[in-house]
Design a protein around this ligand. Structure first.
Ligand code: SF4
Ligand code: SF4
Length: 363
């Protein structure tokens, strides 16, 4: 594995760690990553343990499953209780607890809930069940939204009038701006998500650097990628500048994937969206555009949605805002484990609580 090995080389890792110590020069720096794979990768490779004490790495709202609020889940479950409905979802959503149930529990009680690996698979289910409403749970950032948009286009071409999307897609840059505005957080710089940036391009973070004066570095997922990004951020702080730099240029282009962006923009508009633990963030969500409104589950399938409540004691919201770590949750590892999760951050394979549980060496 020549290509991967060079990004995991121990000497290179040690060298970067020494460079970070030097450039940070004892100054207190807090960087945040907003990507589930960065969360897991930093945990797996013990990045936090390599960093000097004055340099902190926080995990932010980077996992699309974790940031999906209970109100969305509760609506999905209410739809699943309609006798003619089929819910189609990616596996990560299956066990996430909503206010009083989960899709897994609904399935055990007779709900028809199916797991797929691609949004397009939901069209075969719709074709085979023309007398039933097939609802795909559209969750994810700019990485998954283009494929869901392409699925809606395919459904329209085929005239599949029993296919719907419950649209919970979110976009990252506005949520990052909201975090910078938050008085409870003092972020010195952002490690920007690799996959999302491959779609939207590194240019999308320019306003964060120019208007908000926050250094941004787009990074890959290997240990040397993350450490190099931290070094680049610390260097920007030291040089008192804020710009967007691209550590992951082997994958991410300045303009991103223009074809995927145009498919996404052709189908979706933008809307204010609710994020778990953060609240409503202006223009941070995608909505199904007017031309495709026949595929919008929310406006076409009427259900009574229960009043939203959070599991008492779960601090997922504060963890997603970067103000607490899972170790500060009283339920962590006791009442709440990956087998018996009480909050989304413990269920998702990219969740911060799941990362802390899997890699107990984390500080
Ligand atoms: S989809 Fe990729 S870029 Fe987005 S949060 Fe997950 S791992 Fe990060
Ligand atoms: S450990 Fe469990 S209960 Fe605590 S914040 Fe994480 S998901 Fe919520």
């Amino acid at each position: 594995m020549i290509y991967v090995d060079e990004f995991r080389d121990k000497e290179a890792v040690r060298g970067l760690a020494r460079k970070i110590v030097k450039i940070a020069d004892g100054k207190r720096l807090t960087f945040m990553e907003v990507c589930g794979t960065h969360t897991m990768s930093a945990a797996r490779y013990g990045i936090r343990n390599i960093l000097p004490e004055n340099v902190k790495l926080l995990s932010g709202p980077g996992c699309p499953v974790c940031v999906t609020p209970n109100s969305y889940l509760d609506r999905a479950m209410a739809i699943s209780r309609l006798h003619q409905s089929i819910i189609v979802t990616f596996g990560d959503m299956f066990r996430v607890p909503g206010s009083s149930s989960s899709l897994a529990r609904e399935k055990s009680q007779g709900g028809d809930i199916r797991i797929v690996y691609s949004a397009l698979d939901s069209l075969s289910i719709a074709r085979e069940n023309r007398d039933r409403k097939v609802v795909f749970l559209g969750i994810g950032f700019e990485t998954t939204a283009p494929t869901v948009a392409a699925t809606i286009l395919a459904a329209q071409r085929e005239g599949l009038d029993n296919f719907f999307v419950l649209c919970g897609h979110k976009t990252i840059p506005n949520a990052m701006k909201m975090l910078v505005d938050s008085p409870e957080l003092n972020v010195s710089g952002f490690i920007c998500p690799g996959h999302v940036s491959a779609i939207i391009g590194s240019r999308s973070y320019e306003p964060l650097a120019t208007e908000y004066r926050v250094p941004c570095v787009v990074a890959g997922f290997e240990p040397t990628d993350i450490l190099q990004a931290i070094y680049m951020l610390a260097k920007q702080v030291k040089e008192e500048r804020a710009s967007v730099e691209n550590q992951y240029s082997r994958v991410v282009a300045e303009d991103g994937n223009t074809k995927a962006i145009s498919v996404m923009e052709g189908v979706f508009g933008t809307k204010d969206a609710e994020w778990r633990g953060i609240g409503v963030v202006s223009q941070s969500g995608l909505s199904i555009g007017e031309k495709f409104s026949a595929f919008d589950a929310e406006s076409n399938i009427e259900v009574e949605v229960e009043r939203t409540k959070e599991f008492p004691g779960c601090i997922c919201g504060q963890i997603l805002r970067g103000v607490k770590t899972p170790l500060q949750c009283k339920l962590f590892g006791k009442e709440c484990t990956p087998v018996e999760p009480k909050g989304a951050c413990m269920v998702s394979s990219e969740g911060t609580c799941a990362a802390y549980y899997k890699y107990p060496q984390l500080p």
